[in-house]
Design a protein around this ligand. Structure first.
Ligand SMILES: Nc1nc2c(c(=O)[nH]1)N[C@H]1C(S)=C(S)[C@@H](COP(=O)(O)OP(=O)(O)OC[C@H]3O[C@@H](n4cnc5c(N)ncnc54)[C@H](O)[C@@H]3O)O[C@H]1N2
Ligand code: MOO
Length: 419
């Protein structure tokens, strides 16, 4: 058996970043930014008012109070968007709205609440220090200042910063083109009645949905029987259109495991036993001839175990980092949190456990419990509905006890990720 880190290192060593493409910001949500971006504008672009009120010379209102107000002549009206820069002599003010550029002759804003709101003449009832309620041009970013680093995820906040800094389009990594092939003669389409021995194909939806959540463009999702020729035909049809093909099932020791039977012999895809539970049998490699033309780099291929929880864990531990690395994301592996076990559970001997878990953020800290009442089991697909992450327990641990500290990884879709 090999360690998880060894298998992941093999995957990442074979993963080369894809090219980039320029898209409108409105199409960039969740994509990985492919260039380091500096601000084109000063932020804010103009010195502007933070309040609805009056732009004044602070010296004019230094003595203003409710008992002895100061009256100023209002010589201009500046709504947001106004481009005027009216001259203000001593004793004069301009009515101004939040966001409007501050006249060069003014050095303070008096909020409307500290006035009588007059339109031709205004009575000011409080002083305003120089600089009061003024937002200076460039106080957030100067033109040329760093804004977003290559590899960052274009979340909502990043998009708003880019728009404000003068960008209408942005270079992002091309989406990895990905196909899912679920193998197994027992599989039927979701919702179809089951004959004895059949099961609904849940892995197709599981893997394709996760892939989309992590930035992939789906090329196809297909189901093939345990006939090697069916799988071969699917691979021939898909290989030159994909960057990644994810297969599920047929990677273990079974007599009808077509994935291993077809892909093992040429050595392009290596099948390993990885010291993890679930997810022990793993296939990974790069397809070449006869599935792609001579000299063409073929797609990366993952042969994930068919058990649904095994496929889920395998995607998160191996395929997800690969998709991120293809997009040259700065975050490839998820950060782990420490959590306190709300209850104890069994762990497998000699293999690191990846347990579907319910993670709760509480006032008392991060808590974790198994998603399945029975704890670990690679077939417990119903329990995935209750999982919002997984716990990682070292191979040397024989049992987790209530109150123990364990590592957890909450589920985060990359489309919404902030890390
Ligand atoms: N003699 C041994 N048997 C097994 C070993 C072993 O080391 N020696 N390893 C076990 C482990 S661990 C795993 S994990 C599984 C992996 O099996 P395969 O990848 O070959 O998968 P299948 O046999 O095709 O299916 C396993 C299981 O999962 C169900 N399945 C498959 N595809 C889907 C799908 N698309 N949707 C829902 N469920 C699916 C399938 O019906 C089986 O129940 O091997 C163990 N055996
Ligand atoms: O390694 Mo398997 O995924 O335990 O059932």
């Amino acid at each position: 058996m090999i360690e998880v880190e060894t298998q992941l290192a093999r995957v990442l060593a074979e993963t080369r970043p894809l090219s980039s493409e320029t898209v409108p910001l409105s199409a960039a949500h969740g994509r990985v930014i492919a260039e380091t971006v500096t601000s084109r504008y000063a932020l804010p672009p103009w010195t502007n008012s933070a309040m609805d009120g009056y732009a004044v010379r602070s010296a004019d209102v230094a003595t203003a109070s409710t008992d002895v107000p100061v009256t100023l002549e209002v010589v201009a009206d500046l709504p947001a968007g106004a481009s005027a820069d009216p001259a203000l002599s001593p004793g004069q003010a301009a009515r101004i709205m939040t966001g409007a550029p501050v006249p060069a002759d003014a050095d303070a804003i008096v909020p409307v609440e500290a006035t009588d709101g007059g339109e031709r003449r205004v009575s000011v009832t409080a002083p305003a220090a120089a600089g009061a309620h003024i937002r200076s041009a460039g106080e957030d970013r100067q033109p040329g200042d760093a804004l977003v680093s290559a590899g960052a995820r274009a979340g909502a906040e990043v998009l708003s910063a880019l728009a404000s800094a003068g960008y209408g389009t942005i270079a992002v990594a091309r989406r990895p083109r990905l196909a899912v092939i679920a193998t197994g003669s027992e599989l039927v389409a979701p919702g179809e009645p089951l004959d004895r021995g059949q099961i609904p194909d849940s892995n197709s939806l599981l893997i394709s949905s996760l892939a989309v959540e992590h930035g992939a463009a789906l090329v196809d999702v297909v189901r093939v029987s345990d006939d090697v020729d069916d799988l071969d035909a699917a691979l021939r049809r898909l290989s030159d259109r994909c960057d990644v093909i994810v297969l599920t099932g047929g990677v273990s020791m079974g007599a009808y495991d077509p994935v291993k039977e077809l892909l093992s012999p040429g050595g392009q895809v290596r099948f390993e036993k990885v010291a993890m539970q679930p997810g022990k049998p793993q296939g990974f490699g790069r397809l070449g001839e006869p599935w792609v033309g001579t000299g063409t780099p073929g797609p990366l291929v993952f042969g994930l175990p068919g058990n649904p929880v095994s496929a889920w864990v395998s995607f998160l531990v191996f395929v997800r980092p690969c998709l991120r690395a293809l997009q040259a994301a700065s975050l490839v592996e998820d950060p782990r949190l420490s959590a306190r076990a709300e209850t104890g559970w069994r762990t497998p001997p000699g293999r690191r456990q990846y347990l579907p878990a319910r993670i709760r953020l509480t006032d008392a800290g991060v808590l974790v419990a198994p998603a399945a009442a029975r704890g670990s089991g690679s077939h417990l697909v119903g329990s995935l509905a209750d999982a919002n992450g997984y716990a990682i327990v070292d191979a040397s641990v024989e049992r987790v006890h209530e109150g123990d500290t364990v590592q957890v990884v909450p589920l985060v879709s990359d489309v919404g990720a902030r890390l």
